[in-house]
Design a protein around this ligand. Structure first.
Ligand code: PMV
Length: 356
């Protein structure tokens, strides 16, 4: 039997599907786009996919023309989010023109838009659900490219464990795709997320990175020093060298925030409690624990640690006055379809949460 052409619907679509995906956190940060369409990254990035926070998205195509309905956490999505969702659906609908308008219902069991990578898990889950609802069979790289057009960090949430997103060189972004580096079970680190503020951040990552690259005097050094950081992190992951990963991840995080802070006007994602948490993590490491920090475009602090260090990391962070609660995450799986009756969280371990 000859294979159907790429992108063609290969089976009768059900018209409806549900998928789950998890946020990822970058160890070597993506911050800045190169010119061209579809969120082409100016730098590559390396991340870990988490398993303690979940986006669940159901997509239903109605087979008739009309407006898409996008519901996020129980309410109509804001206009900007709805536009981004529609843009991704339109790309898929161009491969399945009979699909018609869609109903999308998505929910996060963690704060949305607060520097916890809800756009990465959201668009990864949307893509996987919509692809299945339309009966499409995309390649991994096609899925990566479509997810990237929606959100620069979303391709990384398509895969589990440690993932590298290439910045690529081509103008059409064909080589700007995410690939898995190491499975979660091969180095089962833990991440303790210290939630400091649940409110949505004031400056989104898209605007923040654009302003940083356009105005920071350090933009050139950020780009020039990036390949060495990627190489260092790749090697640390390959050899499971915690101290080496800690050094490069903290350096990349501080560089990214230095870039944002040195933009005009400057962008400061941190709060007082963010700085206190960073000091607490460094102190724990000086006491001999395997732990390091990273912070994305928001105030929350993520402590990456080994299983053995987890109890003391948890105890120290939960004692900090500005920390509202902790979310403890093992490393997790990539975006996947949810069959009827299946639990969104998957493994029982994936929902270990606690109040701070
Ligand atoms: O994918 P975006 O546009 O939300 O950007 C992500 C930016 C950071 O989270 C700060 C860094 C990263 O690599 O995830």
């Amino acid at each position: 039997m000859t294979a159907p052409p790429e992108h063609a619907p290969r089976r009768v679509p059900s018209g409806e599907a549900c998928a789950v995906a998890h946020p990822n956190i970058a160890l070597v940060k993506y911050w800045g786009k190169r010119s061209g369409p579809g969120n082409l990254p100016a730098v590559g990035s390396i991340s870990m996919t988490l398993d303690g926070m979940t986006t669940r998205t159901r997509v239903r195509f109605l087979g008739a023309a009309g407006d898409d309905r996008v519901c996020l956490d129980g309410a109509d999505a804001d206009a900007k989010t709805a536009r981004r969702v529609r843009a991704l659906l339109d790309r898929l609908r161009s491969l399945a023109p009979e699909a018609g308008a869609a109903e999308v219902e998505s929910s996060n069991d963690f704060p949305t838009g607060a520097g916890l990578a809800s756009s990465a898990s959201g668009f990864a889950a949307l893509l996987v659900a919509a692809e299945s609802a339309l009966g499409l069979h995309l390649t991994d790289d096609d899925r990566s490219r479509l997810a990237r057009e929606a959100s620069g960090s979303a391709p990384r949430s398509l895969h589990g464990g440690f993932v590298e997103m290439a910045c690529g060189r081509s103008d059409d972004g064909r080589d700007a795709v995410a690939r898995p580096l190491l499975a979660a079970d091969d180095w089962p680190l833990k991440v303790v997320v210290a939630v400091i503020r649940e409110e949505e951040k004031e400056i989104g990552s898209g605007e923040g990175m654009q302003r940083s690259l356009a105005t920071s005097p350090y933009a050139g050094s950020w780009i020039a020093s990036h390949p060495a950081d990627l190489e260092d992190a790749r090697e640390a992951i390959r050899t499971r060298d915690f101290a080496r990963l800690a050094a490069v991840a903290e350096a990349s995080c501080l560089k990214m925030h230095a870039l944002a802070m040195s933009a005009r006007p400057g962008i400061l994602y941190w709060r007082g409690a963010t700085v206190e948490a960073l000091h607490a993590i460094v102190a724990l490491r000086q006491e001999g624990l395997d732990v390091f920090f990273t912070v994305d475009a928001g105030p929350q602090v993520k402590a990456v640690c080994t299983e053995a260090s987890l109890p003391r990391v948890r105890a120290r962070l939960s004692d900090l006055p500005g920390v509202r609660r902790l979310i403890v995450c093992p490393l997790g799986r990539g975006a996947r379809l949810l069959r009827p009756g299946e639990d969104a969280a998957g493994s029982p371990e994936s929902r270990r949460r606690e109040g701070a």
